[in-house]
Ligand binder design. Sequence first.
Ligand SMILES: [Zn+2]
Length: 273
Amino acid sequence: MRVLISVDMEGIAGVTGRSEVSRGTDEYQRFRKLMTEETNAAIRGAFNAGADSVVVNDSHGSMRNILYDLLDDRAELISGANKPLCMVQGVEDADVAAFIGYHAMAGSFHGVMDHTISSASIYHWKINGNRVAEADINAALCGFYQVPVALVAGDDALMQHLAKTLPETRLLSVKFGIDQYSARSLSRSTVLTSLEKEMRLAIENRHMIAPVHIEGPVTCQIDFSHSTFAETACLLPLVRRVDARTVEVAGKDIIEAWRLAYATVRLASTTDM
Ligand SMILES: [Zn+2]
């Protein structure tokens, strides 16, 4: 049984500020170690549940955050940002997935550093009209490959959302947001012990979770923070302008819709402001 673990950073316990997740700061060096430790706890849980292999996909920012030399030596690591499946690269070769360090979607009450794909340019991301978190998008991509998401760990605002959208998935809150940039985190030992245990239980019970299936055709609607991003996005003829800030793409299935939407967002990010 092959396990993919996608690891973001804003949902790691103790993280509450931008400097902690951004390259070039002293805090960042400390928090990438904490990110690696949470990842190791999840890896231990996966192997305790009988995993044959574990692949970790670094899923934050530059996607070069996890300390390879401190990572559990039984796991393999995907790092670097240019990956077509982005945060779930590697899922094509997995039997089950887990998301660690995940955060609430953009515009969530008490969401810690809440955003969806890009904090700089996106207000909302909708799939077939429903506002989604990164965990929803990634679970849908996993579902395309018939891979269930057994566990999601991160901040509590995300878990309250996912309790509705991924009701079969095991959810673990490691911190409770007060504001976008403040939170109460569980103790370090509690977080690591819980992650290891919840991961083991989640992987053991993976057969009880149905992969997410979204019937095609699938639309992705992106509400940008500025109309200029939408203007740039519409250079692609496949992108439809919904209003000044909002664009929409449609694919025959979630993979096609994702590729169009991801290309749109990456193109928009090149806008000269
Ligand atoms: Zn991130």
